[in-house]
Write a protein that binds this ligand. Structure first.
Ligand SMILES: CC(C)(COP(=O)(O)OP(=O)(O)OC[C@H]1O[C@@H](n2cnc3c(N)ncnc32)[C@H](O)[C@@H]1OP(=O)(O)O)[C@@H](O)C(=O)NCCC(=O)NCCS
Length: 286
């Protein structure tokens, strides 16, 4: 370990208040590619929605000052790094690597078989660090935003639970963590219930989607399409979501999902491209 990290303690995130953690989160992302602003309430929302476990998450502290944070989400045997960083003045001293090694060890000790995360494609430093630790990128995930209405193509509202069940029966790849079923369970609140959509062709359902509508935006959370023209089905569902709010957003769409092609063709903005990276943990290793 480099000398500069010798006097640094790595402790559980529960040693700080939510407000202190939010401030630290803001400090480590101060010069990030996209603005990151968090207060204690937003942090608590993140913790609840994404099953972040503050007892399993870690911060690095020197002389009482917090320098780095790694938030770990836990769901059964899966673990997810839901944000990590080092304050700018403490970078390139091995702290990021050390903190990641600790949370990976925590995940392993909790019986997880993999740790995953997303990283922006332009974040070469973080990608280099994760690759050194054995993480591998296995797919790209794109963030899309559409600020205009598309012509109605026949999508109609159905109960969110019905849409979710239809999608789950057709899922060929895991949903990204922030749109996984467990996340949707947390999103589904009485004051803002999830909404479902379907589209059909020739009397058969060819697609379904789930969205959350809030703050002038319809956020698509999950979508499955099938049939002869899956891109057209995706476009119809996007149009249906667009009828609920002035803008539609779809976070972390796999590059090969028909919705990506439909959004690109509709002139949507590609706000960010991320890589989903994962590290398999040896079973039984402690
Ligand atoms: C990415 C980040 C966490 C790295 O933390 P760090 O403490 O500086 O990283 P380390 O000192 O442990 O670096 C370990 C290795 O990772 C690689 N690495 C880290 N930062 C790098 C950079 N900017 N460019 C190239 N390689 C880098 C190097 O191989 C480095 O080893 P070396 O210093 O011996 O060459 C830090 O830059 C950061 O907080 N950035 C802003 C927030 C962020 O991007 N978080 C990740 C979101 S997914």
């Amino acid at each position: 370990m480099p000398d500069s990290t010798r006097a640094i303690d790595v402790v559980a995130a529960t040693t700080r208040t939510d407000e202190q953690l939010a401030a630290l989160f803001g400090a480590v992302y101060a010069d990030y590619f996209v603005p990151v602003h968090l207060d204690g309430i937003a942090l608590r929302t993140m913790v609840r929605r994404f099953d972040l476990d503050l007892g399993a998450s870690r911060i690095a502290v020197a002389g009482g000052q917090a320098l780095a944070i790694a938030l770990l989400g836990l769901r059964g045997t899966r673990a997810w790094v839901g944000g990590m960083g080092v304050v700018p003045q403490a970078r390139r001293t091995g702290l990021g690597r050390r903190l990641m090694e600790v949370v990976v060890a925590v995940a392993r000790a909790r019986g997880c078989d993999a740790v995953q995360m997303e990283v922006l494609e332009q974040n070469a430093g973080a990608i280099a660090l994760y690759r050194e630790l054995g993480f591998r990128a296995w797919r790209s995930l794109d963030v899309w935003a559409l600020g205009r209405a598309l012509p109605d193509a026949g999508a109609r509202a159905i109960p969110a639970a019905e849409a979710r069940a239809w999608i789950a029966a057709r899922r060929t790849a895991p949903e990204p963590w922030q749109r996984a079923d467990e996340s949707l369970d947390r999103f589904d609140l009485p004051e803002s219930p999830l909404r479902g959509l379907e589209v059909a062709a020739g009397g058969n359902r060819t697609g379904a989607a789930v969205a959350l509508v809030a703050g002038g935006r319809a956020s698509l959370l999950q979508m499955a399409v099938e049939g002869a023209d899956p891109v057209a089905a995706a476009r119809a569902l996007i149009a249906g979501a667009g009828a609920w709010a002035p803008s539609v957003r779809f976070l972390n769409v796999p590059g090969d999902h028909p919705a990506a092609a439909a959004l690109a063709a509709a002139g949507a903005t590609l706000e960010a491209r991320q890589f989903e990276m994962a590290l398999a943990l040896d079973s039984g290793a402690a």
